[in-house]
Design a protein around this ligand. Sequence first.
Ligand code: ATP
Ligand code: SF4
Ligand code: MG
Length: 359
Amino acid sequence: MTTEPILQVSGLVKHYPLTRGVLFRKQVGAVKAVDGVDFTLGRGETLGIVGESGCGKSTVAKLLCHLERPTAGSIRFKGEDITNLSGRALKAVRRNIQMVFQDPYTSLNPRMTVGDIVGEPYEIHPETAPKGDRRRRVRDLLDVVGLDPDYVNRYPHQFSGGQRQRIGIARGLALRPEVIVADEPVSALDVSVQSQVINLLARLQTEFGLSYVFIAHDLSIVRHISDRVGVMYLGRIVETGRDAEIYDHPTHPYTQALLSAVPVPDPAAREHRDRIILSGDVPSPTAIPSGCRFRTRCWKAQERCAREVPALAVPAVFRDTAGPAAHDSACHFAETLPSAHGTPGRAAPREGANGNGPG
Ligand SMILES: Nc1ncnc2c1ncn2[C@@H]1O[C@H](COP(=O)(O)OP(=O)(O)OP(=O)(O)O)[C@@H](O)[C@H]1O
Ligand code: SF4
Ligand SMILES: [Mg+2]
């Protein structure tokens, strides 16, 4: 990170109680949706957060936007601890951290006009715009996201998926936030429309000096917009670094497996690429494996992995190298692999050669 931090997240935890019984509800466990997440977002920067379904990405997004309260940990905004704010102080911070949602088909109220949807934040925060000025602001917002301002009286069903996501983005911008948390903003869109929306977000970032947390389940989607990437697995970030560090020099087996599934446009590079197929399913967040949480699917797992939780830090083998492999990776046996995305190192298991079953 090269700029001053705008968001600092430390030890963030969200456990949902798991209860049993109809009359006497008894807590029998917890869904560990987010289980110790740390990251810093610099001003004007984009942090991509990537991971499979259920790894806790949306829960992180909701915690950042104060739509959920954390079980533990802290969130700082411009140096101020905002974790447990309430009342007016919370409202003021909420204005500054806005969310753009995944599904433009369900996140917009079908009975409201586009003008009312985009202008709704002004009803919730009336101090931000005088009543007489709101209509003009809404029209400006539509213009800024590439929609005809004359569409204010139309309804969401009259728009395509990409246009609806533009409406969602316009709404997210209404209060002039400093941070936007975009939870899979293009996942529900056609591939052809995805890049248009990503380009729009990139342009708005420059225009409004925004900082983004950009969530996706696919590493290829965040590549072109992220300055840094955090890879999540079962409620934690397991590897994080600058764009080139993660894509070209991943050292965590999980990131390596995810990257091996990313399409490579260059046919020559594709020839040299081994696809890593992970065995087993993601364990339930109610029963996280001991030690390294990835060990039940990791082809490199050893006895130490069941015993010791690997810290998210620069692995000792790379600490003195100052090279691109010297970034945070929560693995006891971190190393680089030869891949279409990276430099030669150790051979990856070929497709189907992953003998480490779930356990
Ligand atoms: N309110 C809740 N109560 C109980 N469990 C929950 C709740 N919200 C989320 N979870 C669980 O927490 C885990 C993480 O969910 P989350 O929605 O954050 O994952 P995600 O990474 O966003 O997944 P996806 O890619 O499918 O959107 C999942 O196992 C989910 O079932
Ligand atoms: S710590 Fe062990 S199980 Fe975890 S990723 Fe590294 S090698 Fe695999
Ligand atoms: Mg989600």
